[in-house]
Design a protein around this ligand. Structure first.
Ligand code: F0G
Length: 400
């Protein structure tokens, strides 16, 4: 095995097969390995292969993910990069379960099987739970998910149940569900696959690697991502650091992590140059990122520092307006994903993002993940009930 677990604080090393999520000193763990291939030629060649391992936008980069032959893959990734109005949109909602979570989950469930887990669990606002349920079903593992009661979209609950998971509806917010699942996994010997699990982060790095590959390894100026529990912000910094060190890209893009203003602990810390960690009672229409105490805080700070990145906040009104624009481009996304485009507008207005800079927004979830958010946001005059007559059609749409 060529990888190990390493503490991001004190650098202590642990065997990759040890089941642990934090160091004895309390800091988070990271998966590390000796070196990455210097050339991207194999990654590029695999795009033409029919082997599921090569077709996966995660395992295509396997030398930088995990050294194993027994892989649980749908396959996932290989999502499209759209260019609209001079901005690129990497649509992670095109993953098998409709969100970017599948990229981390294929690795975490592969690891769960490798360490002999019987059951896997996560706390979730609905996307991680859907992904966990689907991959656990494929791997033959019991799936138990902890959701904040009454705070997850109907579609995500249905999807999670449909794939066969047991859904615990925790009376409390996401942060309470997160604390509970950590305790339950520790005490009951269940394998935890939230992004505090460093193998999740390894899979999510490939969002960045694949978008760099889509751009033929010409780094953009900005990569813009929603920020909730801060798994992606953490993964993106690690991916960029590794790609830059290996020579896959010749310059470092800047990360922009965008929070909803009602769930903005990371933005508050950034505004004080990370002088202290903040925790808030979160409230936002973007239920996926209704998170007040993100677990990957320290890793995300490192990502922002490494990439000379920024953290911005947008209001619910701003993110919903941006969502409507993305939806009406014919692309579509769930509310949390639209923080990216809303953030770009704000960062352009304040001069942080300059004219002509190349921008990639990562759309994290599919439009159908939250149908209620669409219906609450579209003009009601476009929904017209009519009698089944041609005259009624003419009157309704104004075409004769
Ligand atoms: N976008 C979507 C659609 C999400 O579902 C999430 C997180 C994020 C962005 C934030 O990413 O946590 O890496 O900063 N969803 C988690 C879940 C919390 O349970 O599905 P992050």
């Amino acid at each position: 095995m060529s990888e190990w677990l390493q503490c991001i604080g004190c650098d202590s090393r642990f065997d990759a097969m040890e089941i642990r999520y934090t160091c004895d000193c309390g800091n988070l763990l990271s998966v590390e390995r000796d070196a990455l291939p210097a050339s991207t030629a194999d990654f590029d060649a695999r795009r033409a292969s029919r082997d599921p391992i090569d077709q996966s936008g995660v395992w295509r980069f396997r030398e930088g993910i995990m050294d194993t032959a027994d892989i649980v893959t749908h396959p996932e990734g290989a999502t499209r990069l759209y260019e609209r109005g001079g901005i690129f949109f990497k649509h992670e909602g095109e993953n098998p379960t409709g969100s970017f979570k599948d990229r981390g989950m294929t690795v975490a469930i592969t690891q769960a099987r490798r360490v002999g887990a019987r059951a896997v669990a996560c706390a979730s606002t609905g996307n991680t739970s859907s992904s966990l349920a689907a991959y656990a079903a494929q791997a033959g593992l019991r799936a138990i998910v902890f959701m904040p009661a009454g705070k997850v979209s109907a579609g995500k609950i249905a999807q999670t149940l449909g794939y066969g998971a047991t859904a615990l509806q925790v009376r409390g917010d996401f942060d309470a569900a997160m604390r509970l699942v950590r305790e339950a996994c520790d005490r009951l010997g269940i394998y935890l696959v939230n992004s505090i699990n460093p193998f999740r982060i390894e899979g999510q790095k490939t969002i960045v690697w694949e978008l760099l590959q889509d751009l033929e390894w010409n780094a953009p100026d900005w990569i813009v991502v929603p920020a909730g529990n801060l798994g992606n912000t953490s993964a993106f910094g690690k991916a960029l650091g590794e790609a830059h060190r290996a020579g896959w890209i010749s310059r470092m893009p800047r990360l922009a992590s965008i929070q909803a203003s009602g769930a903005n602990p990371f933005f508050r810390s950034f505004s004080e140059s990370f002088a202290q960690r903040h925790r808030v009672a979160a409230e936002t229409v973007a239920s996926a990122i209704r998170i007040g105490d993100p677990v990957s805080y320290e890793k995300a700070v490192a990502s922002i520092r490494l990439t000379n990145g920024v953290v911005e906040e947008v209001t619910d009104a701003e993110l919903l307006a941006a969502k409507r624009e993305i939806d009406e481009m014919g692309i579509g996304c769930e509310p949390a994903s639209a923080t990216t485009f809303a953030g770009v507008k704000k960062l352009r207005a304040s001069g942080v993002i300059r004219d002509g800079e190349r921008i990639v927004c990562v759309l994290t979830g599919h439009i159908l993940k939250d149908a209620d958010a669409i219906m609450a946001n579209v003009p009601r005059e476009r929904v017209i009930e009519i009698d089944p007559t041609l005259a009624a059609v003419e009157a309704a749409v104004g075409i004769k």
